[in-house]
Design a protein around this ligand. Structure first.
Ligand code: HEC
Length: 462
């Protein structure tokens, strides 16, 4: 039997009494290997948590521990990226439990830390929302989001002239970006930038991905498969869904032996078919992206894949789901597929507290630490998320950005409408923002980084 939470709890309470002081331990460096994960509700806090079994766990031990949490283990994969307040690390040496404390409410940071350290006997590693550093911690943390740039260059030797002026090939360095059809994204854009725009870490492919697949003898099928692969090759997806990704591929990958489509889980296929809504990931218009687009507010049921032919790619993934015995109804409970990007976009703010907002002196005050992005929005504006099309919603009055190489700014150091030195004003494109009307309600949205909101609430202009 593994130690249950209750036992762990009593032991660690004794331990901290014996030590008799608040420890401030360093965050441990844990092995990269993840045996499996467990999603459950913490019996004490009643909050959702996910724990990774890291290092030298046997399948059996992980299975039993998860059972102790009242849930069922998922072997072979990690918790994955979710909105979280931080990690709680328990363990030592080669065997660790890394608990993701899920949620996005910065007010819970303190109780989470106490729960982890005082009652759990663990080490709390705060996410940026709880004051943690925004640094690349080797695949589990978040590097600073680098905004997309359009890169233009001459075609590779032996390739045809490009479609842009001077025969150049122009490519947005962004997750939703694509180079020209028939070319490889990696030849024309920096994947390093792309890998700051979404957490990158290796994830194993679906089980039995390398099975024999008789469809590879069907020329019509192979034509479609080859086309899908070449579409993916032209897009930024290849930055993580390929053996060329620095730490190995994230789940499905184009070089997966046999039929690479077998490396997908059904959920991924359903996103490919547009059965799960993925507009939350953001998209370019085809005219700005070498003819490629994907699900967007204008076309919400398009594929997650960035493609020159939305109908053709959806048909391919629908056929794959039918082949595996799935129907659209099987995904009816999964309306949106973009996780924290959806929950943040659909977030409904409540009133600001404790002087947060724009004061009578024009000073902007927020909570939760230093910021890279500050927005003042009309009340009722959709909350901003990711570029290129979801980060400047209609209703934005003012937005200022700290460049990715710049130093984040403190609350109380910005006056509404005045761009601090070193920052840039993204909206309005030039000139001063609209004056705030006294007595009217506005929406303050402040981010430690893209997808890391620290303050989002409604204030009344003084
Ligand atoms: C910066 C890295 C990165 C990039 C770029 C990237 N992905 Fe992913 N993707 C991941 C990771 C990591 C996972 C696995 C998530 C997990 O299981 O925790 C994933 C998983 C997926 C899945 C499977 C989801 C599921 O639940 O089965 C799909 C589908 C997917 N990505 C599509 C895309 C598409 C389409 C693109 C390009 C438009 C893309 N990805 C670009 C990192 C990336």
């Amino acid at each position: 039997m593994r130690m249950t939470v209750a036992r762990l709890l009593s032991v660690s309470v004794l331990l901290s009494v014996a030590v008799g002081c608040q420890r401030n331990q360093e965050v441990p460096t844990v092995p990269e290997k993840v045996v499996g994960h467990c999603v459950y509700t913490n019996q004490f806090s009643d909050l959702r948590e996910c724990r990774d079994y890291v290092g030298e766990w046997t399948d059996k031990a992980a299975t039993e521990d998860c059972k102790d949490q009242g849930s069922t283990v998922v072997l072979g994969s990690a918790c994955g990226e979710q909105e979280r307040l931080g990690y709680c690390f328990l363990g030592e040496g080669n065997q660790w439990t890394r608990i993701s404390l899920l949620g996005g409410d910065a007010e819970k940071c303190g109780s989470m830390q106490r729960g982890c350290e005082v009652f759990g006997g663990g080490v709390f590693d705060p996410a940026p929302i709880c004051g943690g550093k925004v640094v690349d911690t080797g695949g589990t943390g978040l590097p600073t989001f680098q905004q997309p740039v359009l890169t233009c260059m001459d075609p590779k030797p032996g390739e045809l002239p490009g479609m842009s002026p001077g025969g150049q090939v122009c490519t947005w360095e962004m997750i939703s970006g694509a180079t020209e059809p028939g070319r490889s994204f990696m030849d024309y854009a920096s994947c390093d930038r792309v890998r700051t725009q979404r957490p990158y870490y290796p994830v194993p492919p679906a089980e039995n991905a390398t099975r024999e697949d008789a469809r590879l003898n069907d020329p019509a099928y192979v034509t479609e498969l080859t086309w899908v692969r070449s579409q993916i090759e032209a897009t930024a997806c290849i930055c993580c869904h390929s053996t060329r990704a620095p730490k190995g591929p994230s789940n499905w990958f184009v070089e997966s032996p046999g039929n690479f489509i077998n490396s997908f889980y059904p959920r991924g296929l359903a996103m490919g078919a547009g059965w799960i809504n993925t507009l939350g990931f953001g998209a370019y218009r085809p005219e700005h992206n070498n003819g490629f687009s994907r699900a967007s507010p204008e076309r919400p049921n398009d594929s997650i894949f960035v493609t020159t032919d939305a109908v053709r790619i959806a048909r391919f993934f629908e056929a794959e789901l039918a082949h595996r015995g799935y129907k659209r109804e099987d995904f009816a409970d999964q309306v949106y597929g973009a996780g924290p990007l959806d929950s943040q976009r659909l977030y409904q703010p409540t009133a600001c507290e404790d002087g947060v907002g724009v004061g009578a002196d024009g000073i902007v005050r927020w909570r939760g630490g230093k910021a890279r992005y500050v927005y003042v929005l009309e009340q009722g504006t959709t909350s901003p998320t990711v570029p290129p099309n979801l980060d400047l919603p209609e209703g934005t009055l003012w937005r200022i950005d700290v460049p990715s190489t710049g130093t984040p700014i403190e609350s109380g150091t910005v006056r509404y409408g005045v761009v601090p030195p070193g920052l840039s004003q993204r909206f309005p494109a030039s000139g001063e923002p609209a004056t705030l009307t006294s007595g009217k309600t506005y929406y303050l949205y402040v981010l430690a980084d893209i997808i890391v909101p620290i303050t989002r609430c409604l204030f009344t202009a003084p």
